[in-house]
Design a protein around this ligand. Structure first.
Ligand SMILES: Nc1ncnc2c1ncn2[C@@H]1O[C@H](COP(=O)(O)OP(=O)(O)OP(=O)(O)O)[C@@H](O)[C@H]1O
Ligand SMILES: [Mg+2]
Length: 237
């Protein structure tokens, strides 16, 4: 991402959510994004993943410049090469947990095949075996979040963007999700970018980007939970 600026709204209501942000995430790295509410974290993920187009600047994934892609090409890239866990889950209410998880594969038609073994592994490691035939309305917030995580991973995407993926989870389930993400990075070389407010979650990452008012003000490498918590306290103080 180079020199990315993104403004939401217009006129007097215009908000500069990202202000000339540049960042490079190496393939096979796990990066956390932290910062106060409204600092631009979700916008950062949306621009980095091609969900939103920046006003200025360029975004590249691998050797593809997202700015040069048509809407169709961008949609295909997002569906097949990118996994996204939304802050609000965005599950389809009429589909069961399992149908939600496998949706990206079905949307891709003949371009992708469902890897049943991987599905079983994902359902198992997110602890959803007993809930696979339930619809979102019949699931707890944490269970819906886990469905959203499994859905983001079903296509084995090159890059996983996760907006507070452990926000609704208890400590044990949250840790299982973080370990799953870290395994993806270290065993299969996938790249993960995760927003979190939790210093313990951030400590699973290789680096933490600190966003304030739409700018990256600091990068913490090999973060410990204590170091991150200390930094966040000073930021708020
Ligand atoms: N669609 C929109 N229209 C207008 N303003 C927006 C829109 N989306 C975001 N904003 C504004 O842009 C800024 C950054 O929002 P963003 O959602 O990226 O913050 P965030 O860091 O993810 O916050 P949180 O921790 O609360 O999720 C905020 O001030 C927000 O009010
Ligand atoms: Mg957000």
């Amino acid at each position: 991402m180079t020199g990315v600026t993104k403004t939401h709204g217009s006129g007097r209501n215009a908000v500069t959510a990202l202000d000339d942000v540049s960042a490079e995430l190496p393939r096979g790295s796990f990066t956390a994004v932290m910062g106060p509410s409204g600092s631009g974290k979700s916008t950062f993920l949306h621009c980095a993943s091609g969900l939103q187009r920046p006003d200025r600047g360029t975004v590249e994934i691998g050797d593809r410049d997202l700015g040069g892609l048509s809407e169709t090409a961008l949609t295909e890239l997002r569906r097949e090469r990118i996994g996204f866990v939304f802050q609000g889950f965005n599950l389809l209410p009429a589909l069961t947990a399992e149908q939600n998880i496998t949706l990206p594969v079905r949307l891709a038609g003949r371009r992708l095949r469902l890897d049943k073994q991987w599905l079983e592994q994902l359902v198992d490691s997110t602890g959803l075996s007993e809930r696979r035939r339930h619809r979102p309305g019949e699931l707890s917030g944490g269970q819906q979040q886990r469905v959203a995580i499994a859905r983001a991973l079903i296509t084995r995407p090159e890059v996983v963007f996760a907006d507070e993926p452990t926000g609704a989870l208890d400590t044990t389930t949250g840790r299982a999700v973080l370990e799953l993400l870290r395994r993806l990075v270290h065993e299969t070389g996938q790249t993960v970018l995760m927003v979190t407010h939790d210093p313990v979650a951030a400590s699973y990452a290789d680096a933490v980007l600190l966003l304030v008012d739409g700018r990256i003000i600091e990068v913490l490498h090999s973060p410990t939970a204590e170091a991150v918590a200390g930094r966040m306290t000073r930021l708020e103080g």
